[in-house]
Design a binder for this molecule. Structure first.
Ligand code: 5GP
Length: 218
């Protein structure tokens, strides 16, 4: 994908930074912290057919759309990936991702394993994936209850699904256990920092090193 300038002024390819986890493992909090505290990172806002939860904002948390609108987006190939989760559709609008990457920004995705597989198939070299694990099953259940946004039935459904989602952990590049949010954040941030420094992403390095050599040889 297209390159932009890193913070050291050397051109680099933007990367697609994916966070996945069973719901309740704290991924949404980690995403929010990343967006607030890390320079050069944009959040990909997904489209979804699921109903809005209390406190959510249309266009910020998700673009909330009806089924027909979602189908039309799929037909027009406007989604980079899409999947059905808990009987609802979720997908990543392509245009904002491409715009951010071509402006030299990295893009953060809060998507499930199905979406991660699709992104990896499309852009393997640009995808860095992190799977967030809860420290225990009890902790996961507690967080789902504290969140109090869902009915008991929905929570039970999410617990059942968590076991299934967990089975995809080995498809991810990195695993972070979210025992403590500050530590988990520091770990996720260090993954992003290291991936930004990878040689093969730093497309401007050849020119930069050549210039260094030229100056040294003077
Ligand atoms: P929730 O309804 O709790 O916001 O999200 C349910 C699940 O859908 C989460 O695992 C979340 O990561 C996933 N999800 C959200 N947006 C997308 C998307 O655009 N694509 C895919 N594949 N999954 C998504």
């Amino acid at each position: 994908m297209v390159g932009g300038h890193g913070f050291d002024g050397v051109e680099r390819r933007g990367l697609m930074f994916v966070l996945s986890s069973p719901s309740g493992a704290g991924k949404t909090t980690l995403s929010r912290l990343l967006i607030e505290r890390v320079e050069g990172l944009s959040l990909s806002v997904s489209a979804t057919t699921r109903p809005m939860r209390p406190g959510e904002v249309d266009g910020l948390d998700y673009a909330f759309v009806d089924k027909a609108t979602f189908e039309a987006m799929v037909k027009r190939d406007e989604l980079l990936e899409w999947a059905t989760v808990f009987d609802n559709r979720y997908g990543t609008p392509r245009a904002p991702v491409e715009a951010a990457l071509s402006a030299g920004r990295d893009v953060l995705f809060d998507i499930d394993w199905q979406g991660t597989q699709q992104l990896r198939e499309k852009a393997r070299a640009d995808v860095v994936s992190v799977f967030i694990l809860p420290p225990s099953a009890g902790d996961l259940e507690k967080r789902l209850h504290t969140r109090a946004q869902d009915s008991d039935d929905v929570i039970r459904g999410r617990m059942d699904r968590a076991a299934h989602e967990l089975s995809h952990w080995a498809e991810y590049d990195y695993i972070v256990i979210n025992q403590n949010v500050d530590e988990a954040f520091a770990e996720v941030r260090s993954i992003l920092n290291a991936e930004r420094l990878k040689r093969n992403r730093r497309t401007g390095l050849t020119a930069f090193v050549r210039e260094l050599q030229r100056q040294l040889e003077k």
